[in-house]
Design a protein around this ligand. Sequence first.
Ligand SMILES: Cc1cc2nc3c(=O)[nH]c(=O)nc-3n(C[C@H](O)[C@H](O)[C@H](O)COP(=O)(O)OP(=O)(O)OC[C@H]3O[C@@H](n4cnc5c(N)ncnc54)[C@H](O)[C@@H]3O)c2cc1C
Length: 378
Amino acid sequence: MTYDVLIVGASPSGLKASIEVSREGLNVGLVEKRSFDGGGEGRPSPDTSFYGFFDHLGLDVDEEYVAHKLEGMKLISPAGNEIKVNTRGFSFFREDFDRYYLNKAEEHDVDLLLGKNVVSVSRNEVRTEDGSRYEGDLVIFACGSRSDILEELNISTMKYPSDLAEAVQAEVSGLSFDSNYFHYFLGKKYAPGWKATISPKGEDFGSVGVFVRNVDPDKYFDKFFEEVIGEEVKVKEVSTGEDQIITIPNKLVDDGIMVVGGAAGQAGIPFSMKAAEICSKVGSRAVKESKTSRSDLIEYERRWKKGYNKYYKFARFFLRKMEDIEDDGLDDIISSLGGINFAGEIRKHNNLYLNALGVMLELITKKPTNVRLIKYLI
Ligand SMILES: Cc1cc2nc3c(=O)[nH]c(=O)nc-3n(C[C@H](O)[C@H](O)[C@H](O)COP(=O)(O)OP(=O)(O)OC[C@H]3O[C@@H](n4cnc5c(N)ncnc54)[C@H](O)[C@@H]3O)c2cc1C
């Protein structure tokens, strides 16, 4: 079967790309190994985001898949000091999100090739485990960072691939945490290298996750569950995966090939969907003009890097700094940050670095002795 554009992976980025390319009037095949006949099939489960990201990126959130609204997030230090960041967010169940975008893709006449595991790739062609062969003038890989087929592509899509975070996340019921806030636990005690999280999804439902680097994620997940979550909480389903937060997107195209989403280090739902939008625009034009060599597709990589790599560089700087800080230092920082209106400061400028500076100035103006916190940044 031959398509104008073939997409591998019904991830948030793959689904978004399929809809956008189809809107351009091209015929699209979307190959996905899962069959979507219930259950998460062990797939990582992104399930929370914040309206501010979507607004900033010019993307819509459809309330149809939103399960629960959040007032913001709580940042919690190892000793339990916490601050609230009041920035509106939402959580959802993965099945609803997938179903919403699969329906949209179907409405746009995307050919959904589900339950098909891609086992080999070459320029303009993929083969699946059941022996089928699919061709596309352009192939977009949206298969996440864990897929074996990425190696075959031989494109160095991430600058620091060895810095992938490993995650264990469980869907749970019986949670008794403040359901208005996403809970973000920092520090080496529960999550060396990044974070442990609780995402409420309404009533007593939610998800609990641990995202770590260079340590055993299962061990830390068990510890977090035992010491923070509590035995009365029931686990419905556990999934494992990788998060690309500090790997930094690198090379995103080759002849006839574009890579998007987690596979390209573009971590997070809103950013991977924005990447899909840019990739689809550039890719569709290339196909219409029958020019799909690397040099024709490179505009996607350029536009992405110019507009968005700065956020990942900032995240990398922030997380690497956090790794250098001992847990009592984080306790100190979080307790000193109380009373700062983060959300207000962040809305003041459209510039990441000015926002960070704004928070620091506010911190010092409120309490001049906070100037000592600068030592943690050096
Ligand atoms: C546990 C966990 C929780 C997370 N939570 C959040 C969150 O709450 N909010 C957020 O913004 N981000 C979250 N992230 C990050 C987010 O999941 C990823 O950054 C995002 O999903 C980007 O990945 P993706 O969309 O490209 O691919 P993925 O979501 O990884 O999807 C890849 C798709 O490709 C398919 N596929 C792979 N190989 C093949 C193959 N050979 N043949 C056919 N199909 C294939 C897979 O089945 C899958 O459907 C989380 C990550 C993890 C690991």
